[in-house]
Ligand binder design. Sequence first.
Ligand code: BGC
Length: 257
Amino acid sequence: MLLEGRKAIVTGGNTGIGKATSERLGAEGASVCINYYSAKEASDAEALAEQIRSDGAPRAIAVQGDVGSEDDVKRMVTRAHDQLGGVDLLVNNAGIEKQAPLLEMELDLWSAVIQTNLTGAFLCIREAGKIMAAAGGGTIVNMSSVHEFIPWPGFAHYCASKGAIKLLMETAARELAPKRIRLVNVAPGAIVTPINQFVLDDPEQKHAVESEIPLGRMGQPDEIAAAVAWAASAQADYVTGTTIVVDGGMSLYPKFV
Ligand code: BGC
């Protein structure tokens, strides 16, 4: 097992790539704090924690909280620390996206995306990072995107948040290396998750997306979770300040001739 005895928080850990990651970390021997956003997701998140425990993880808890809220993040990190017995792995996975043309984009929508995707990652890095620094080290994996570097019309807010998380990660990697905290981004391409339901439901859009992927298919959440588990493990002890792209070749721009 790659992560025996580790204590992890996965934000947005109850759905999509986050869910696959929570399951994978548990299966690799970590205790897991599954963060979820809204009260209406509580029973599903609790059921996931139960499943992860019965699959063999030492501990698994579900904790509600909005990563964009400083108070919620402090409360969630404190609970994870108290109930798991520490925090030495943070997966900043929580993220939202909603298409909007730039010239009509409402400030509220812009702010919501930046608050969750970027400020949320910052708050979690800061709070979990304090615990890791005091304990002598840890690992932080940010769920980024190929839109860390590929511009995407209709998603200026999302791309801005993902571009920013690249330099946040790189700067934090330099600043926190002396405290033995590693930071890595994992950048998925198009993955079969609820965030992409609008594409999956429309055969034409699905085909268009697949034609942008040299491997010819969208990825599965557990293919991302596998990269997260490796990046967080001792096998990756010399890896920090970089992005691991897991995209079936999407970022090779196959349509560019
Ligand atoms: C987005 C997906 C999109 C993928 C590739 C991801 O960051 O969340 O909606 O399919 O990038 O464009």
